[in-house]
Design a protein around this ligand. Structure first.
Ligand code: TRP
Length: 451
């Protein structure tokens, strides 16, 4: 069954759509990537710019995807073709490549989460949080759990049981909120908490002035990644929303959930890392894993709570991964007439192979991740924004007004915001990202290749 069939019924309710979109948005981006980026980019200065991108860029960009999607009632490739004309189908094809790339390493990181879930049964990570992470994050272990996660995704997507997503999200989001709040309260009692909050919450203008060239593209990339923007996922979901639904309200709600969960993860990660005497930037991609393992090692019923946490976290990664895989599979079915099981096996298998090299070394995570988030997602969104704001704003305004009524000057403000300031900021960010990526390729990555 294609996503169309299922989604057309189940998205019939507003809650169903919001749950599905939240399920796609809430995942590794919030709990793994967000604290990792904050730690890499100097703390509160990053947080400030990130929030700027979420509100001033993320929301307008989400509405761009929503209005393209609901208008066309089609997959991203078809929807873009329909909105802008035949040439835009190539942009849709680019989106499929982005989804393919993101899913390939997403599955490796999700494999770490699954590994921690299994580790919770024996308490394997409690003894030596840092050592454990370094041991499981690369090598044959990582490859094995990458395979396990990918198989789970393939089975779910092949069976077409997206209906389960609503159920998973209904359990996962509240569980994550409760567990993260509990951990944040515990973390607040730790000796290093004050310093950690200062690091996390009070922006240092000096850091910003010095490092804006890397903070800006990192914050933009994180905003797009965490909100599932920039490659047409929200086009797909919006294609199933009823005409009388208020898209702006839905966007605000989805963004609220997503951002709240990420900020909460920071309240857990930094006090624990500070208390353990680990610098916030040191653990890199391991930040949240090392912090959580350290925290669970110290509190009552830590092992049991760890089990619950990594279970909910695995579900979060799974619902996002399903959206990434499903978008490519349903495209292959709709546009190329492939049969679902075969398409899923071929695409999932391909994603597994592309992700396999990521398990060689942690530097490979950066190689994939910076390209995907800071360059490709931003490019994808810029293209959609050019279409909607410069080429044909009328269609999008008309679509957005359904379910809201007369948009008045707010509608024009949206188009103008996207047309000039948002696009300018994103183009600057894109330029900085390319420069940063070249520096990465010629610096740390070249070093890694040279041994
Ligand atoms: N937003 C998800 C997360 O934070 C990941 C994700 C799912 C995604 N679909 C996407 C990212 C589409 C970019 C584009 O884990």
């Amino acid at each position: 069954m294609a996503l169309d069939d299922i989604a057309r019924e189940s998205w019939a309710t507003r809650v169903g759509f919001i749950l599905a979109a939240v399920g796609s948005a809430v995942g590794l981006g919030n709990i793994w990537r967000f604290p990792f980026q904050v730690g890499q980019e100097g703390g509160a200065a990053f947080l400030l710019i990130y929030l700027f991108f979420i509100l001033l860029v993320g929301l307008p960009a989400m509405l761009v995807e929503f209005s393209i999607g609901r208008r066309a009632h089609l997959n991203p490739v078809g929807a873009l073709r329909e909105y802008g004309g035949d040439a835009w189908k190539y942009v849709g094809a680019l989106f499929m490549c982005i989804a393919f790339l993101i899913m390939s390493y997403y599955s490796v990181v999700a494999g770490w989460v699954v590994r921690y879930f299994f580790g919770s049964f024996t308490g394997a990570y409690l003894e030596d949080p840092e050592g454990y992470f370094l041991e499981i994050a690369v090598g044959i272990d990582a490859l094995l759990f990458h395979a396990i996660f990918m198989v789970a995704v393939i089975v779910i997507v092949a069976l077409g049981v997206q209906r389960g997503i609503e159920l998973a999200v209904k359990g996962m989001v509240p569980a994550l909120i409760v567990l993260l709040v509990g951990l944040a309260v515990y973390a607040a009692t730790l000796p290093g908490a004050g310093a950690a909050y200062a690091y996390y919450l009070s922006p240092d203008v000096g850091v910003l002035a010095e490092d804006w060239r890397s903070i800006v593209p990192a914050a933009a990339g994180q905003a797009f990644f965490t909100l599932s923007l920039g490659m047409g996922i929200m086009i797909t979901y919006a294609s199933y929303i009823a005409e009388d639904q208020n898209l702006a309200e839905d966007g605000v709600m989805i963004i609220g959930f997503d951002t709240g969960l990420a900020i909460l993860a920071g309240f857990v990660a930094f006090p624990i890392l500070f208390a353990a005497g680990i610098g916030p930037a040191d653990p890199g991609a391991g930040a949240i894993f090392i912090a959580l393992a350290g925290g669970f090692g110290e509190i009552a019923f830590g092992q049991l709570l760890g089990l619950a946490f990594f279970f909910a976290f695995s579900l979060g990664a799974l619902t996002s991964a399903i959206s990434l895989t499903e978008v490519v599979v349903s495209y292959a079915i709709d546009e190329h007439g492939l049969e679902r099981t075969r398409a899923t096996l071929a695409i999932g298998g391909g994603m597994f192979l592309l992700g396999a090299p990521v398990t060689i070394d942690l530097v490979m995570v950066d190689l994939y991740d910076i390209l995907a988030a800071e360059i490709l997602l931003v490019t994808g969104s810029v293209l959609m924004m050019i279409l909607v704001s410069w080429i044909d704003p009328g269609k999008a305004l008309d679509e957005l007004s359904k379910g809201i009524g007369d948009l008045g000057t707010l509608g024009d403000a949206w188009i103008w915001l996207v047309r000039v300031p948002v696009l300018l900021v994103l183009l600057v960010s894109l330029g900085l990202a390319v420069v940063g990526y070249v520096e990465f390729l010629t610096g740390p990555f070249a070093e890694f290749l040279g041994g």
